[in-house]
Design a protein around this ligand. Structure first.
Ligand code: GLN
Length: 240
């Protein structure tokens, strides 16, 4: 079995070590004797959604998000929407997450029209939302992370969040929602990176990717004692 990962804009969208998510996915797949292929999809390089099982986009600043817009509109937007609708697993962080929605209006009034693959929009404000935070998914996974964003994201009616905020701001600091979940796509504000610190979430994403390509999947458990210790420490120090 092989799982193919597309890492979108690895050189442009990589805040707070977001690339660590690729390392966590790769290691957890290899530990189960599943082959992994990672392709770096940079600006100017086209890609075909059908070739990948997992798509990953990290976070960036308003500047990079603006610079990428033209490249996104030259076909990557269509392929990303296709992957989402075909049920590929996808993880999008902060600025990358904002790019999946309809638009991002920056705090200084610049309008960035995005893919609109999922019904939500983001509007920036001068005051940023920064700090360690946590949220809980519908499976009961308590995810710890770090957020730093000016954008406030508002989900459309009936659009499911990735989780409910336990502590921190999440999507907008108002409605206790964090991130988005649509088909097998997860959008989140969590940098840090999120997957090494939250192995259960990493495995959820991996199992969605395997199920979508190969059918039912039972992941062999791994020894996550060190990861769980780190997560518990973050919880103790910053959250509960
Ligand atoms: N530029 C976006 C914002 O500030 C995203 C920031 C990020 O990816 N950390 O809302």
């Amino acid at each position: 079995m092989i799982i193919r990962i597309a890492h979108l804009y690895p050189d442009m969208l990589n805040l707070y070590g977001d690339r660590g998510n690729i390392i966590a996915l790769t290691q957890r797949l290899k530990a189960r004797s599943i082959d992994v292929l990672v392709d770096q999809i940079t600006m100017g390089k086209s890609f075909n959604a059908d070739d990948y099982d997992i798509l990953f986009i990290g976070g960036g600043q308003d500047f990079e998000q603006d610079v990428l817009l033209d490249d996104l509109k030259r076909g990557k937007d269509v392929q990303i929407s296709k992957a989402i609708n075909n049920g590929a697993a996808m993880l999008a962080i902060c600025g990358g997450y904002q790019m999946l929605g309809k638009y991002y209006k920056t705090y200084d009034g610049k309008m960035l029209d995005y893919i609109g693959a999922i019904d939500f929009y983001t509007e920036g404000r001068e005051e940023r939302m920064i700090g360690n935070y946590a949220f809980k998914t519908k499976e009961g996974i308590e995810v710890v992370g770090f957020e730093n964003h000016s954008g406030r994201t508002y989900l459309g009616d009936g659009v499911e969040p990735l989780g409910k905020v336990i502590k921190g701001f999440g999507n907008n600091g108002e409605d206790s929602t964090e991130g988005v979940r649509y088909n097998n796509t997860f959008g989140t504000y969590s940098h840090g990176p999120i997957l090494p610190k939250n192995p259960q979430l990493a495995d959820l994403l991996i199992s969605k990717a395997i199920e979508n390509r190969y059918g039912k999947c039972e992941l062999e458990p791994l020894d996550d004692s060190l990861e769980e210790k780190a997560r518990a420490q973050v919880m103790k120090l910053y959250i509960k």
